[in-house]
Design a protein around this ligand. Structure first.
Ligand SMILES: [Zn+2]
Length: 403
């Protein structure tokens, strides 16, 4: 099975193509952009260009053996590293490295068989120390078919794992800093801020912007046979990301898509936050495990979309992203008297919760605290609390009441 055509990113293609033709394509590229926007697919296109036998006008020819093997992800000089779940130890460092390599191959095999996978994972994945050792071993060997080797390292921010020893990071950094002429590295990241600064500074970064809703919609219709109305709705919901749009569709087993399940879950969170019964908020928060707040990231993203919709419900109902909940949104905004300024304040609560989630606090505490703040800001907004006035006075340099 071949990869689907690269969608969009015309500017980036032209930029890479021009640099390639001029012989100035950086040997260490960092592709960044929102999750699911096509960074790895774009990276594979760059790899194909580098491994093509007859590139023309800064683009791969599409027909040579190098191109055919690249688009089937079977080229021996194309090395695709993706984060994997850490396999159980096999008893020695060397055998553990082999286990990681097996896990990587298995994942690539899956991607080869079913390239249209949603950008979402419930399991914590990592680029482990052993994976970096495996990468170095391959980098030390000579290209086997083309004149160069290309390493595509997906979600490079996952290199910053607790176990990544300075040695491993340094080994990769050395390769990035002075790569042999035959080596090219393409790193991708949706969170370049989490990358080691030394990695950021040794790569040339290229931003891949979100696709248009139309591109995403057409892709869903053509590649997944989604009808036009649903494709349009999902394209809006996924804000320019094919990988996310795929996450709303049911899987092969007809099971609900992972992002669709999260959309509903974040809706229930909002509904309970707005409820006037605090017991609802409390019992909702208790449904979560007391640890693992980083897993809440997607849920909080989903909640952000619902908050945006609350802001749009009255003034711009045509801009709603959760269009199937339009009636509920309009009714709720009217009944509770929610105005856009209140939503803006609630967004601050959400951003704070997101920062806390990154710090791995107790999810139950995080969510109950967030729901209380959402209730206060959305349902019964007070202009400024007394504490708020004091803070403002302090910030403006006015001395506080003596005593
Ligand atoms: Zn070619």
């Amino acid at each position: 099975m071949s990869l689907h055509e690269l969608v969009g990113h015309r500017e980036a293609r032209l930029a890479v193509g021009r640099a390639f033709t001029a012989g100035r394509l950086p040997q260490a590229l960092l592709l960044h952009g929102v999750p699911g926007v096509g960074k790895q697919r774009f990276g594979l296109w760059v790899a194909q260009l580098l491994l093509c036998e007859r590139p023309t006008e800064g683009a791969p020819c599409g027909t040579c053996q190098g191109c055919r093997l690249s688009t089937r992800v079977e080229h021996p000089d194309l090395h695709w590293f993706v984060p994997v779940k850490k396999p159980p130890s096999r008893g020695s460092p060397q055998r553990d490295d082999e286990a990681l390599e097996d896990a990587r191959r298995e994942r690539i095999e899956e991607l080869r068989a079913r390239p249209l996978q949603p950008t979402h994972s419930a399991d914590p994945l990592g680029l482990h120390l052993g994976t970096i050792r495996n990468l170095r071993r391959r980098a030390a060997s000579r290209p086997s078919m083309a004149s160069r080797q290309v390493f595509l390292v997906a979600n490079a921010e996952e290199l910053v794992s607790q176990e990544a020893s300075p040695e491993a990071a340094n080994a990769l950094l050395k390769l990035l800093e002075e790569p042999p002429a035959s080596l090219y590295f393409i790193l991708t990241s949706a969170e370049p801020g989490r990358l080691l600064p030394t990695i950021r500074s040794r790569t040339s970064s290229l931003h891949l912007p979100g696709l248009t809703s139309e591109m995403v919609s057409v892709f869903l219709q053509e590649q997944r046979g989604v009808d036009v109305d649903q494709a349009d709705a999902l394209a809006r919901l996924s804000s320019g990301s094919i990988g996310r749009a795929l996450g709303y569709l049911p899987g092969e087993d007809e099971e609900e898509g992972p992002l669709e399940a999260l959309r509903k879950e974040s809706f229930r969170l909002l509904r309970d936050a707005l409820s006037d019964d605090p017991a609802h908020r409390f019992s909702r928060a208790l449904q979560y495990a007391p640890s693992g707040a980083r897993g809440l990231r997607e849920l909080l993203l989903g909640l952000e979309v619902w908050l945006r919709d609350l802001a749009a419900a009255r003034e711009a109902p045509e801009a709603l992203l959760n269009r199937d909940a339009g009636d509920w949104l309009v009714r709720t905004v009217e009944e509770l008297g929610i105005d856009p300024a209140a939503v803006a304040r609630s967004m601050e609560a959400l951003h704070d919760a997101r920062a806390q989630a990154a710090g791995n606090v107790n999810p139950q505490l995080l969510l109950s605290g967030l729901m209380i703040r959402l209730n206060r800001t959305l349902v019964s907004p007070r202009p400024t609390s007394l504490k708020g006035v004091e803070d403002q006075l302090r910030e403006s340099g006015v001395p506080r009441r003596p005593g």
